[in-house]
Design a protein around this ligand. Structure first.
Ligand code: ADP
Ligand code: MG
Length: 498
């Protein structure tokens, strides 16, 4: 009896030992995996680093590329396109002006009644129309007739007091956010469609000519007075409200910047003689690249698998279209190589662009103590249930790395523009109050607070306290629509008569 009891105790002890060993081994394995996941994250963080010295190199490279792009055609990754906008709105404009804003699957038509210096914008009205999918891939007459019809209907709803001055033709500013080779303020040929449009017979054509013909066909009399893109519209809208605006930056799905150049700085080969001392340059800065940019293996893969490999490298690390997908790529690597989400890789994690930047920003900005939002985004989007708080914290950290890199590089880009304008330093004799304002627009800047705050504080860090007092980042909502109407006003055929 005693013997049996001893044997039982020995067997029992052995089982306990084996179980304990198993637990220890499991812990060691999982801590090994955890360490591996952390190593992947730390490596990514190191490669994304944007110390101030690096940002200065990026800013300098931006300035150099701006010079090169202006100096010769194809001289730089930065196209530095002449916009032919040499007459930014001053606030004195008056009358009724129209705008058409086309740059995605919806377009907007709007009109503004301007009351001159004292009254500014007296009234504005708009209408939004979505483009039927078959017209995005049909022929140009089909698309432009549809737009012209919408304009005709909108013009017909002009109410009391909302009419152009007697005897004057209605004028329209056209925001067309596709690549265009501009040939005057109101003409330019389409280089290629993007964003899901594919209408071959419009490529190479003057887009204003196409729209004008369509408006004649459907019977609406509007003269296109200015052809611009969203960035230039934002600059014009910003300048109308604040004469110190010198540049505009869009941080939305994509990114771009435009700035006001001195006329003397534009080489003769461009063949333009600005009427005023200024000319707005459309930088197309999304295509900027430099050996100083902190690019990682994830960025290279994203680029290779993109619709435009080798192009828009700056855009691919700072804009809303891509930030979420960079996060997804790092998580996928952590899942594959370190079993970050358990022993199988969540299948959804392999789907490109499944994690959108608004979801990333919601996770990053989650203030709940148990990171509830992170948990529910992982569950709803990636079908990963029951994540631990520790895992969620790591994901927030990953979002932070990606957003902060983008934000700090955007600030470096802005410093590059300020340098080109000689506004990155205070010079003796500068008037105390002389400010330089940069108008910012786009959903990423507007909604991703951690991104915009980081961008603004980095710019301060780069400029130093004294200069920072003279540089203002001003959020400008919907400059692209109203800005085009304002440009129609400042390039009106009736200007001499005003
Ligand atoms: P677009 O650039 O397409 O003209 P917007 O300026 O409205 O349009 O920007 C939309 C983009 O802004 C989205 O594609 C997305 O990347 C980004 N965005 C929108 N909302 C948020 C958000 N809450 N957090 C982060 N990014 C956002
Ligand atoms: Mg936009």
């Amino acid at each position: 009896m005693g013997k049996v009891a001893v044997t039982a105790a020995v067997v029992c002890g052995a089982t306990v030992c084996a179980a304990a060993a198993l637990i220890v081994r499991h812990r060691m394995q999982s801590s090994g995996k955890w360490a591996k996941a952390m190593a992947i994250l730390d490596d990514f963080e190191d490669k994304c680093a944007t110390p101030i010295g690096k940002l200065r190199q990026v800013a300098d490279a931006m300035t150099v590329e701006m010079h090169a792009g202006l100096a010769s055609e194809g001289g730089s990754k930065l196209k530095m396109l002449i916009s032919y906008v040499d007459n930014l709105p001053t606030g004195d404009e008056d009358g009724l002006f129209y705008a058409l804003d086309l740059g995605g699957t919806n377009f907007r038509v709007l009109r503004v009644l301007l009351g001159g210096k004292d009254k500014h914008v007296i009234k504005q009205e708009f209408d939004e129309v979505s483009i039927p999918p078959h017209l995005m891939v049909g022929n140009s007459a089909g698309l432009f007739d549809f737009i012209a019809e919408a304009l005709k209907k909108f013009v017909a709803t002009e109410g009391e007091g909302l009419h152009p001055f007697a005897g004057r033709q209605r004028e329209l500013g056209f925001t067309f956010s596709f690549p265009v080779k501009q040939s005057s303020i109101a003409s330019g040929s389409l280089i290629k469609w993007t964003k899901g449009f594919s209408i071959e017979d419009a490529v190479g054509e003057d887009v204003v000519g196409e729209l004008t013909k369509a408006m004649e066909r459907v019977g609406v009399d509007l003269r296109v007075a200015a052809l611009v893109n969203d960035t230039i519209g934002t600059l014009a809208g910003g300048r109308y409200n604040n004469p110190d605006v010198v540049a505009a930056v869009i941080l939305g799905t994509g990114t771009n910047a435009a700035y006001v150049e001195r006329a003397q700085a534009i080489p003769k080969w461009h063949g333009v003689l600005p009427k005023s001392g200024e000319m707005v340059i459309n930088m197309e800065w999304g295509n900027f690249r430099s050996s100083h940019l902190p690019l990682t293996e994830y960025d290279h893969e994203l680029d290779l698998e993109s619709l435009n490999p080798g192009e828009q490298i700056f855009e691919k690390i700072i804009s809303g279209m891509y930030l979420g997908d960079i996060v997804r790529r790092v998580l996928l690597k952590m899942a594959e190589e370190a079993e970050f989400f358990g022993d199988t890789v969540p299948p959804k994690l392999r789907i490109p662009f499944i994690l959108r930047t608004p979801d990333m920003s919601a996770m990053h900005q989650d203030t709940s103590s148990d990171l509830k939002v992170v948990g529910s985004k992982l569950k709803d989007i990636l079908e990963i249930p029951n994540t631990s708080l520790k895992t969620r914290k790591i994901i927030v950290k990953l979002c932070d790395i990606v957003a902060v890199r983008g934000a700090r590089l955007s600030a470096a880009g802005i410093l590059g523009i300020l340098k080109k304008l000689g506004r990155d330093v205070t010079r003796e004799g500068d008037s105390e109050k002389q400010k330089s304002v940069v108008a910012l627009d786009g959903g990423l800047f507007e909604h991703y607070t951690k991104f915009s705050k980081s961008m603004e504080s980095t710019l301060k860090e780069l400029l130093g306290e004294e200069v920072s007092e003279h540089i203002v980042i001003e959020q400008s909502n919907d400059g692209s629509g109203i800005g085009a109407a304002l440009l129609a006003a400042s390039h009106s055929q009736y200007l001499e008569e005003c």
